[in-house]
Design a protein around this ligand. Sequence first.
Ligand code: UD1
Length: 331
Amino acid sequence: MSILVTGGAGYIGSHTCVELLNANYDVIIVDNFDNSNEDSVARIEKIAGKSVKYYNVNLLDFDSLNHVFMQNKIEAVIHFAGLKAVGESVAKPLYYYETNIGSTLNLCKVMEAHHVYKLVFSSSATVYGMPDSVPLNETAPLRALNPYGRTKIIIEDLLRDVAASNENWCISLLRYFNPIGAHKSGLIGENPSGMPNNLMPFITQVAAGVREELSVFGTDYPTDDGTCVRDYIHVVDLALGHLKSLEKLDSFTGTQAYNLGTGQGYSVLEVISAFEQASGITIPKKMVERRPGDAPVSYADPTKAKNELGWSAKRDLLEMCEDSWRWQLSL
Ligand code: UD1
């Protein structure tokens, strides 16, 4: 029996594949390498010392996906594949709705046809929009601030409906906070094409001299130093959360949502300072206007994941920065 990982060549997917292989699962990757490349499959294999089967398939192509299920005995699916750039989703909403929702629809249809009912879905803390209060637990209201966030909420709703229609389904909705860091080997990590949208890749590119300086978006937020606070989580901790979640799928029917975060918030300036400590490099920065749509403070209450999955994040901010930097240096 194998675990099918959609988007397995991507940033979080590749780290999860490594941990699955380390835990002796057989892994099958389905990826169209839209925002990743085939090389990362070889790197996953190198780190784990095991081979991985992979298919260059777009999830919107029902017949090809069906073929993957015909050729393999699949026990469960971890569904990472999707588009995730907020700005792009505002510019191209139809593309985002079609890709993210259409691919999940096809996946569920194919799973149902093959009687595969175990699913772990890659959701996001973005489903909480502007939080009313922190820390955020899983009962906080869901609201989207942009089309990308809306696709995550729609998919969560869709999966709740699917699960309600047939009691065989068990679906975990993992709401990630802010994944950063990389595998210790320096072989896999986040490699955004073009201008990075997220803070850590921007910092590492400035440190490497790829970009001149970092813009700090907003210094007048109601936080200790005026910059936004987020819950940064090491991508390997996040990957391990998927394994725990997979193991627990047998313990419930329907859907369960879990926050995957550390429970600890850090401001933009604190992240910069931790990175400077980890790398020994001073990051040139300028203070600029707020970025529209940014919540002042967002961090998880990870109690449910701890109690029900037996999972909690272990790696601290310094380690996240060291590992992000090692990865950037290898590029
Ligand atoms: C962003 C997305 C979120 C998505 C997540 C995926 C927005 C508004 N939110 O979350 O929907 O799920 O990425 O990883 O895009 N910052 C700077 N300078 C920069 C970049 C970021 O100061 O060059 C600040 C931001 O204002 C924010 C913090 O750093 O306060 C973290 O930003 P980012 O890494 O983009 O994550 P989120 O905004 O939390």
